[in-house]
Design a binder for this molecule. Structure first.
Ligand code: CP
Length: 306
């Protein structure tokens, strides 16, 4: 596709193609020179209006591994603070020769607006509580590498589903590839209408953990809760946290994930993060290969020479 806006827009074949291409992209890390020439002469701009560690850095590493030139916009030092609009900012980067605009924004729909407005390829790096498609893809990729399949697996998403763009992209991707998906968390942090996506809901975490083969723990997004429900963190951990004590009751072959950054000691304990059943570090590593795959495939025929 010309843009990557969300997994709701992608069919199962397109998702499979990205996961297979990510496998090929991993080979770059075994090479003496860790670069493919595919995007030589192309410009990738990272335009992040919200903080990021993993997504911004891995897009930068992915673009550099494909030999692109990368610009990281420091929004707080840009003309955005003088009042330049989002669309005018994007037009400015188009005029500067941008080929790919990677955008993160607190408002849902911003990447879609830019895709309609500017003549560059737009990649959604997280828009409000809507979608985070490359996180969804790296989660699918990680599950398939660790469990050997996605179809038929029981995947549990725990916590603040309401504010989570990761949960939305994961649900779209997992359902399209045939996984069974369930959620568990406080009723105040559950969106309405999940059942229309074929998602089951558990009212008790311990019952859900008995069902799950993969557990994806979400961050409580306190920065998005000013007007809503802010649980007591101690109570949250006791009822919905993946604690050391709960970890000891989980089977040896369970897979534990968290998109990061984590509120350690609230939704997940330190002992869980470093346990052998956790793929949290691997998720971050896989993010580079998956983002390389997406950039490569979006280059289309122009990228074939590389
Ligand atoms: N998972 C994720 O999007 O992390 P960052 O906010 O650090 O990019």
């Amino acid at each position: 596709p010309r843009h990557l806006l969300g997994l709701a827009d992608l069919g199962p074949d397109a998702i499979e193609q990205i996961l297979e291409t990510a496998d090929a992209m991993r080979q770059v890390f075994d090479r003496p020179v860790k670069k493919f020439p595919t995007l030589r002469g192309r410009v990738v701009v990272n335009l992040f209006y919200e903080p990021s560690t993993r997504t911004r850095t891995s897009f930068e590493l992915a673009a550099k591994a494909l030999s692109a030139d990368v610009v990281n916009v420091a929004v707080a030092q840009s003309s955005v603070v003088k009042g330049e609009s989002l669309v005018d900012t994007a037009r400015t980067y188009q005029a500067l020769g941008t080929d790919y605009l990677v955008v993160r924004h607190a408002s849902a729909g911003v990447p879609h607006l830019l895709a309609r407005t500017v003549q560059v390829r737009v990649l959604n790096a997280g828009d409000g509580a809507h979608e985070h498609p490359t996180q969804g893809l790296l989660d699918l990729y990680t599950i398939r590498r660790r469990k050997g399949r996605i179809s038929g697996l029981n995947v549990l998403i725990v916590g603040d589903v309401l504010h989570s763009r990761v949960a939305r992209s994961d649900i779209w991707g997992l359902r399209k590839l045939g996984a069974h998906v369930a959620v568990a968390g406080p009723s105040t942090l559950m969106p309405v209408g999940l059942e229309t996506l074929g998602v089951r809901r558990f009212d008790r975490l311990d019952e859900a953990l008995e069902w799950a083969e993969v557990i994806n723990v979400l961050r409580i997004q306190r920065e998005r809760m000013q007007r809503g429900y802010l649980p007591s963190l101690r109570e949250y951990r006791l009822r919905w946290g993946l604690t050391d004590e709960r970890l000891r009751r989980l089977p040896e072959d369970v897979l534990i994930m968290h998109p990061g950054p984590a509120n350690v000691g609230v939704e997940i304990d330190e002992a869980v993060l470093v346990d052998g059943r956790s793929a949290v570090a691997e998720q971050v590593t896989n993010g580079v290969a998956v983002r390389m795959a997406v950039l490569y495939l979006m280059a289309g025929r122009e990228g074939e020479a590389g």
